[in-house]
Design a binder for this molecule. Structure first.
Ligand SMILES: [Zn+2]
Length: 161
């Protein structure tokens, strides 16, 4: 199961609306918790470096990925996944998405954006031990109201006031 805070979930969906009719993409930072799955703590927007067909392809430049990875290490986070949008296409992975997915154990989020509005958001977990036996598995998304207990308490307090 993928856990993500409501604010991050909304932000990655909004990113897809902003870049429409092109794809957006970004990185999910957080922790992989044994027995629980990937827990997103932060999302980082990435530039779509593909200019040839940005509406149906996405790519994150290697230098940009290295930079994001370095930033994550500060607060002790790891790359736990990636997200991108499918303008006017279903929120299902494509052959290209599968071919270009190499991060085993990572969550790949896809949001369908229809006529500029984010519709469906799905997550797929990349399983396997390598390129030969890798596969995508449907992954449930659990949306938390906040990133941590302190944030949730503040949110609940505000709600009662
Ligand atoms: Zn795709």
């Amino acid at each position: 199961m993928l856990r993500i805070a409501y604010a991050d979930y909304e932000a990655l969906r909004a990113h897809g609306e902003e870049t429409y009719p092109n794809e957006c993409c970004g990185v999910l930072l957080g922790k992989n918790i044994a027995g629980e799955g990937n827990h997103v703590q932060q999302i980082v927007r990435a530039g779509n470096t593909r200019t040839d067909s940005a509406h149906n392809r996405y790519n994150i430049a290697p230098q940009e990925l290295v930079k994001i990875q370095r930033q994550a290490r500060g607060p002790g986070l790891d790359i736990v996944g990636f997200y991108h949008s499918h303008p006017d296409h279903p929120a299902q992975w494509s052959k290209t998405d599968f071919a270009e997915a190499h991060w085993l154990g990572c969550s790949y989020i896809i949001t369908s954006v229809e006529q500029g509005k984010a519709v469906t958001t799905n997550s797929f977990l990349l399983l396997g031990t390598g390129e030969d036996d890798k596969k995508f598995e449907d992954e449930a998304i659990q949306i938390d109201i906040a990133h941590n207990a302190a944030e949730a308490a503040a949110y609940n307090q505000k709600g009662q006031a």
